[in-house]
Design a protein around this ligand. Structure first.
Ligand SMILES: Cc1cc2nc3c(=O)[nH]c(=O)nc-3n(C[C@H](O)[C@H](O)[C@H](O)COP(=O)(O)OP(=O)(O)OC[C@H]3O[C@@H](n4cnc5c(N)ncnc54)[C@H](O)[C@@H]3O)c2cc1C
Length: 495
């Protein structure tokens, strides 16, 4: 194939893997660009029927070339390696619900997604089998049932708690996890590493190719052809510039790096970056406000399946404010239960409480031309703050969780409640948000940059708002949907 006829995908994380999978199944042979090295050895995970007994991974890195202009405690973490942050993730894969889209719409035009749950559901259906999910088959208002491979329900001891949760208009259900109940031993740091599970097998079959050590820096816009002609890159081993011609580009470098690539793609027609005619690019950055909670229960319960207390109903919450509780089930938890002589059963449980924040233009990533730029990409100005309202929601959710346990006749004692620094969830989104009106969004309903029809943004940077649910599954469904549309538009001459 002529190099300029290829679709180039930037990244090899979960979003890129879903985009690449969607393109290859239609016969396209995309080229994937990966900033990290192909030889990185990234860890080990051992699991026995859903219980993790071994996990080794290298530590996650903070991005250091940042000037903090919001909360000085804020963090930006990234993994420039095959698989991206799926070398670290917990594999929780809840669907967004109808309520999540309705909640955004009731907050007003700037927050209204240009698609709804029914538009996305067919792509959830297609992507979920790739993740070999263990989870509940109950289709709940606030957590739709996905295509689960292994059926999981919480044990009967949770039933009284679930009844109390209903009084707070919340559901209590087993959290869906990728490869959740599989017995596995894998030379990767998590049960589902997007690169190992999806991209490598496709590469082995010759259905795509990967170019490692290739950091995408910007896109080359042609005013004459009105499309992007190439990806400008840097070979990270030699430091030399590389130009990769393309027919179309799918950016899936993560919510910060995808925005950065567009910001660096300047031209006299786009002086502030490609797709940034209205100054939206890089803005509306959000992450999940996160609190860690540890509770002594006064009784023993199974570690797996892990429980999930959903958000409450829209009627009982302010627009765009909600929080949910996700029980931990880690190798260290498992080790603790073994040391105490009750393998797999615990009387102390921990939860991550993921809340929401209203995204605003005042939280952003922007280029910092004044800072040194030793590695080819510009340093960033970074602003991320949790509004006070978000913390109140986390506290309210903690109190409702404790009330549910108490009313169910458990004897909970709160041992830890800690609100983490902004960015600590590592669920960044919003920087290339999706909106039908370019005044409020960088991409359209098919994740295509407004006015740049051969560029798709395929990661959680396109989220218009950040519902309290973990982002990967939705990012993958959006990536597959966008890539399907891109492929048919290319084939039928609409791009
Ligand atoms: C500890 C932890 C636990 C988590 N748990 C969950 C969970 O349970 N569920 C969930 O949904 N989410 C979870 N997440 C978040 C999740 O990992 C990320 O949302 C997800 O990996 C983002 O996918 P992505 O493909 O958009 O980006 P990434 O995973 O960040 O991948 C980006 C890819 O692009 C490459 N890249 C970046 N810049 C460039 C460039 N300029 N040129 C070329 N390549 C580039 C990177 O090397 C990488 O391959 C967790 C995160 C962490 C850290």
């Amino acid at each position: 194939m002529d190099a300029s006829e290829r679709v180039v995908v930037v990244g090899t994380g979960p979003a890129a893997s879903a985009a690449a999978w969607a393109l290859t199944r239609r016969g396209a042979k995309p080229l994937l660009l990966e900033a990290g090295s192909g030889t990185a050895s990234l860890g080990l995970t051992g699991r026995l029927r859903g219980l993790t007994f071994a996990k080794f991974r290298r530590p996650l890195k903070h991005r250091s070339d940042l000037t903090m202009v919001g909360d000085p405690q804020a963090e930006l973490l990234e993994e420039l390696a095959p698989g991206g942050l799926s070398n670290h993730w917990a594999c929780a894969v809840p669907r967004f619900s109808r309520d999540d889209f309705a909640d955004a719409a009731r907050a007003g035009e700037p927050y209204t997604w240009p698609l709804g749950y029914d538009d996305l559901a067919p792509w959830y259906d297609q992507v979920e089998p790739l993740l070999q999910i263990a989870g509940s088959r109950r289709d709940l208002h606030r957590l739709p049932a996905g295509r689960v491979r292994d059926h999981w329900e919480l044990g009967p001891e949770w039933q009284p708690v679930a009844e109390e949760a209903g009084a707070h208009s919340r559901d209590l259900v087993a959290m869906p996890y990728a490869y959740g109940s599989r017995t596995i031993l894998t030379r990767s740091a998590t049960a589902f590493n997007a690169f190992t599970r999806l991209i490598k097998p496709l590469a082995r079959r010759g259905e795509l190719s990967v170019r490692y050590d290739t950091q995408a820096l910007s896109l080359e816009w042609s005013r004459g052809e009105r499309r992007v002609l190439a990806v400008r890159c840097r070979d990270t081993r030699t430091g030399q510039p590389v130009r990769i011609p393309c027919r179309a580009v799918v950016l899936a470098a993560g919510a910060v790096n995808s925005a950065q690539i567009l910001l660096e793609s300047t031209d006299s027609e786009f002086p502030d970056g490609l797709g940034n005619q209205h100054g939206v690019l890089g803005r509306y950055l959000h992450d999940h406000p996160l609190a860690k909670v540890v509770i002594d229960l006064g009784r023993r319960v199974p570690l797996a399946p892990a429980s999930y207390l959903t958000r409450g109903s829209l009627e009982r919450s302010d627009p765009l404010y909600a929080a949910a509780c996700m029980q931990w089930n880690s190798a260290s938890e498992m080790a603790r239960t073994m040391l105490r002589g009750h393998p797999g059963r615990t009387s102390r449980i921990g939860f991550s409480l993921f809340g929401t924040m209203i995204p605003t233009p005042e939280d952003f990533v922007a280029l910092d031309p004044s800072a040194a730029n030793p590695h080819g990409r510009a340093a960033l100005r970074f602003s991320l703050r949790y509004p006070e309202r978000a913390i109140i929601e986390l506290e309210r959710t903690r109190d409702q969780l404790l009330a549910c346990l108490r009313k169910a006749d458990w004897a909970p004692t709160l041992r830890v409640f800690r609100v983490e620094a902004p960015g600590n969830s590592v669920h960044y989104g919003g920087t290339c948000r999706m909106h039908s009106n370019p005044r409020f969004g960088v991409v359209d309903a098919f994740s295509r940059v407004h006015d740049v029809k051969n560029v798709v943004v395929a990661d959680s940077s396109v989220f218009t708002t950040g519902p309290e649910k973990n982002p990967v599954l939705t990012a993958m469904a959006l990536a597959a949907r966008a890539s399907d549309r891109l492929h048919s538009d290319l084939n039928e001459g609409r791009v």
